[in-house]
Design a protein around this ligand. Structure first.
Ligand code: ATP
Length: 316
């Protein structure tokens, strides 16, 4: 039986607004999500036993059933027991390049890669939207990670509307290696501090979410206007994470002052990205940030916007 290697890109949020509470305990969100070419590689090897195993050398990535890639394989095995019985178990090897607990959807994109890969390996013939429906059961970012590109995400982040893809922009990503932010902590703290401002009426929530389609960020994306996109970057979670993590605030300010189109924290952080119009600008910004903040704990990466989600790198 074949083995597959898949490319699983990270995502950044160009826009993240928290509108209110949902009856399922999640938040009602409006986001604009963007894939970037900083990616993990996921290898899927068939096993002769009925086990689902994961291997990853990154110390922060669990190697048990709590790994989101394992949960994706278990979901597929439960949904398609005949295929699982026919093809047997699977070994998932994660080559981790996306920083962990960084607001870049690292676990979600690994899960998306397993869904896409097992669909191929087990010859299931599932459509992209069927894979996305399965992905939504694993996490709000998984449906986006399956398809990638540029998209509006509403609901708890799993209702997607694709946008004209933006693949000409570059980013510099900065993250302090020793800092991680818990996504549940960030959202719970936001609720404690800003819950009184939430939109309560379901019809008001729905119309606010719908209005993003004709909002300024979406118009800037449709016009492929990097300058405006940079000015319109927005993330409500910065109000929680930046005061709690002064190093992240300092990084954001340093990046902002280095002449970029815009700078913002991605998702629940603590990764901060600088939006740049060219690779040349991104290289200069990376060098400027490195010399302003010579702390060896600060890691910096260059990446380009990408118009794709999970892709097959090779199959043998
Ligand atoms: P989220 O916003 O979904 O919490 P994130 O992008 O901020 O995600 P992840 O890199 O997905 O962060 O890591 C979040 C947590 O998930 C970590 O504490 C990590 O231990 C756990 N985790 C489980 N599976 C994976 C995986 N395959 N890759 C990375 N982290 C994983």
């Amino acid at each position: 039986m074949r083995s597959y290697s898949l490319i699983a890109p990270a995502k950044i949020n160009l826009y993240l607004e928290i509108l209110g509470d949902r009856t399922d305990g999640y938040h009602e969100l409006v986001m604009v999500l963007q894939s970037i070419d900083l990616a993990d590689q996921i290898d899927l090897h068939p096993l002769s036993t009925d086990k689902i195993r994961v291997r990853c050398t990154h110390p922060q990535v669990p190697q048990d059933k709590s790994n989101l890639a394992v949960r994706a394989a278990e979901l597929m095995a439960a949904q398609f027991p005949d295929a699982f019985a026919q093809y047997g178990g699977i070994e998932i090897t994660i080559h981790k390049r996306i920083p962990v607990a960084a607001g870049l959807a690292g676990g979600s994109t690994n899960a998306a890669a397993v869904l896409v890969g097992l669909n191929l390996l087990w010859d299931l013939g599932l459509t992209q939207s069927e894979l996305q429906e399965l992905g939504a059961r694993l996490g709000s970012d998984v449906p986006f990670c399956v398809v990638g590109g540029t998209a509006i995400a509403t609901g708890r982040g799993d209702q997607l509307s694709p946008l004209l893809s933006l693949d000409h922009l570059h980013v510099v990503l900065g993250k302090y290696q020793s800092l991680t932010v818990s996504t549940p902590w960030a959202y719970q703290t936001y609720r404690q501090q800003f819950g009184s401002t939430y939109i309560r009426k379901p019809q008001d929530l729905a119309s606010r979410a719908a209005s993003v389609h004709s909002g300024p960020m979406v118009k800037a994306i449709i016009h492929q206007n990097g300058v405006e996109i940079g000015q319109l970057l927005h993330n409500d979670l910065e109000k929680i994470v930046l005061p709690a993590y002064p190093q992240v605030l300092q990084l954001r300010e340093t990046i902002h002052q280095s002449g970029v189109l815009g700078a913002m924290m991605s998702g629940s952080g603590p990764t901060v990205f600088a939006l740049c119009e060219s690779l040349n600008q991104a290289q200069q910004v990376k060098a400027a940030v490195r010399s302003a903040l010579p702390d060896p704990d600060l890691e910096l990466w260059l990446a380009k916007f990408s118009s794709t989600g999970i892709q097959v790198a090779s199959s043998v």
